[in-house]
Design a protein around this ligand. Structure first.
Ligand code: GLN
Length: 234
């Protein structure tokens, strides 16, 4: 194939709830139609994250226990991940991964789990409740509607330098209060959506792939890839 993208699946062996790994299969499915081969690699505990050899990052969701384990380990990768994000590297972070990119996440038992503060949000706990169910949002820039399934205890509040992935039309979103869902900072996209999110929202998969290709191959003519038609799958 003409193009090659190296995908890092951060803690893919620990944070992979609700088939988040399906996001990689979806990226590979659309990438093939863009003449692009994706090589996925899990980077987990005690392994190094190399921002210079990574073209795309996926960071999935999980239970509080796994998040605690990841929280301890990820501090050593913090600088490299922030460098990647600030250099416009494309990333998708789902649920637990989304929370860990922020300042902290208070788990269901009240324990404060440290994030890496790459993005400025924080996640508080809610007592004896989870936000569970189908969710639908609208992205302000593209007008695209995204569909998913949310299941989280955490209530996330956005901070400086981030805007929501979308406004909630149905469901709870970040915190059930301010009508926002997910976060965007540079080319990092965060969401609570499972489903998996990219399988149900091909336009988002396309956006990540085009961003990664443009960044890696700035002189390439990507018009065929950009013209790829995504059919709704939900
Ligand atoms: N454990 C976190 C919460 O309940 C994240 C859940 C998830 O990734 N699905 O908020």
């Amino acid at each position: 194939m003409k193009y090659e993208l190296h995908l890092t699946h951060l803690y893919g062996n620990l944070l992979n709830t609700y088939s988040d790994i399906g996001n990689i299969l979806t990226l590979q499915y659309y990438a093939k139609q863009m003449d692009t081969h994706i090589t996925p690699e899990v980077v987990s505990l005690d392994q190094q994250f190399d921002p210079d050899s990574t073209d795309l990052v996926l960071f999935g969701g999980g239970q509080d226990l796994e998040q605690k384990v990841v929280s301890d380990d990820i501090q050593a990768k913090k600088d490299a991940i922030i460098r990647y994000i600030e250099a416009d590297g494309p990333m998708l972070a789902v649920c637990g991964g989304y929370q860990l990119l922020g300042e902290y996440y208070v788990g269901a038992d009240g324990t404060k789990i440290k994030g890496i503060h790459a993005l400025d949000h924080r996640t508080e706990t809610q007592e004896n409740n989870r936000f569970i169910g189908d969710i639908k949002i609208k992205n302000a820039e593209t007008g695209q509607i995204y569909h998913g399934f949310e299941n989280h205890n955490g209530m996330t509040f956005l901070g400086k330098g981030e805007r929501p992935l979308g406004q909630v039309i149905e469901g709870h979103g970040n915190n059930g209060q301010d009508g926002t869902e997910g976060a965007i900072h540079k080319n990092t996209f965060c969401t609570y959506f499972h489903g998996p999110v990219l399988a149900r929202n091909g336009e988002l998969a396309k956006r990540l792939l085009i961003t990664a290709l443009k960044r890696k191959y700035p002189d390439a003519d990507l018009s065929a890839a950009e013209a790829l038609e995504i059919k709704p799958t939900y």
